[in-house]
Design a protein around this ligand. Structure first.
Ligand SMILES: [Fe+2]
Length: 308
């Protein structure tokens, strides 16, 4: 544990490559200098844990906004809230008056990147543990810089220059999204395509970039061949040596870099209460890139002579 500067903030590295824990700091009142240290840890070590926070909904949103503009909640989770907390939603298994108060239940959430099924997924998911469970329910993170850095050369060669489709049909908890039909052929699944090796828009480092295994497809490959390669990739990057497993204590505040990690949640006892508050930050760099790609496509379309 190390003190930073002249103030009280304590810093501890959680594993060799992944995760930094901060304590003795109040997320409602972080100086610019301390916030710069936290942001640097988020970028270089992918996961930040801030212990023992006491935040209102609006204060969680205000803290999250320091990382950038917030995404609105998914339509299925949008709830009536005070205006300053409109972007927050709840992840929970708790049922009140016959209705779940939040998303994702108590089952396992498979390894995934948040919302990689859209062109510009969020940069920073923020999760605040209001009521946590100690038996199961851990959140695992895998460092995708590290998984790429020591990948066997033949595996690296097999994915170089390739894109994958990130299916949007199911949630990470395995539920079919509203209005979606089950996928019969993964090469026709809806979603977004991203390079499998992606240069991080801020750090400039290359990272492996995978969405989730379910319905994944490597664009242009025979489906059986793609399945074999994806299985090998997922086996590689989910090894314990790239992972940090977070055991929640009440009032933990977590932020991770959604561009350089994948994460999963362990199942837990459905009768236990787990209530997490959640925000996520837009990836302004990826939005700029995807707009550039769209602009280029439009320019190409305009430049294509009309059939006569
Ligand atoms: Fe997630």
């Amino acid at each position: 544990m190390k003190r930073i500067g002249g103030d009280q903030m304590q810093v501890r590295q959680l594993t060799g490559q992944t995760g930094t824990e901060f304590s003795d700091i109040d997320a409602r009142d972080i100086s610019a200098a301390d916030f710069a240290v936290i942001k640097e840890a988020w970028l270089s070590r992918c996961v930040v844990v801030i212990r023992d926070q006491h935040l209102s909904e609006a204060e969680l949103c205000a803290f999250s906004r320091r990382f950038g503009e917030l995404e609105p909640p998914p339509a299925s989770e949008a709830r009536r809230r005070e205006e300053e907390a409109a972007e927050m939603w709840i992840i929970s298994n708790v049922i009140e008056n016959g209705e779940p108060i939040g998303a994702l239940g108590s089952g396992e959430a498979e390894w995934h990147t948040d919302m990689s099924y859209i062109a510009a997924p969020p940069s920073a998911p923020v999760l605040y543990g209001r009521e946590v469970v100690t038996d199961g329910g851990r959140t695992w993170f895998a460092n995708m810089y590290a998984a790429l850095a020591d990948m066997p050369p033949d595996l690296r060669a097999a994915i170089t220059g390739r894109e994958a489709n990130h299916d949007s049909t199911y949630t990470s908890a395995g539920d079919l999204r509203k209005g979606m039909a089950e996928v019969q052929d993964v090469s026709r699944a809806p979603g977004a395509r991203h390079p499998i090796v992606r240069r991080h828009p801020v750090t400039g480092r290359d990272a492996l970039y995978l969405g989730r295994r379910t319905n994944g497809w490597i664009v242009g490959m025979d489906v059986a061949e793609s399945d074999l390669l994806l299985d090998r990739l997922w086996d590689w990057c989910t090894q314990d040596r790239y992972a940090y497993a977070h055991s929640w204590t009440p009032d933990d505040l977590l932020i991770w870099d959604n561009r350089a990690t994948i994460h999963r949640r362990e199942a837990f006892d459905a009768a236990a209460r787990r209530v997490m508050w959640r925000c996520q930050v837009k990836d302004s760099a990826a939005i700029r890139d995807s707009e550039t790609i769209r602009e280029r496509a439009t320019i190409r379309e305009r430049a294509t002579p009309l059939p006569s």
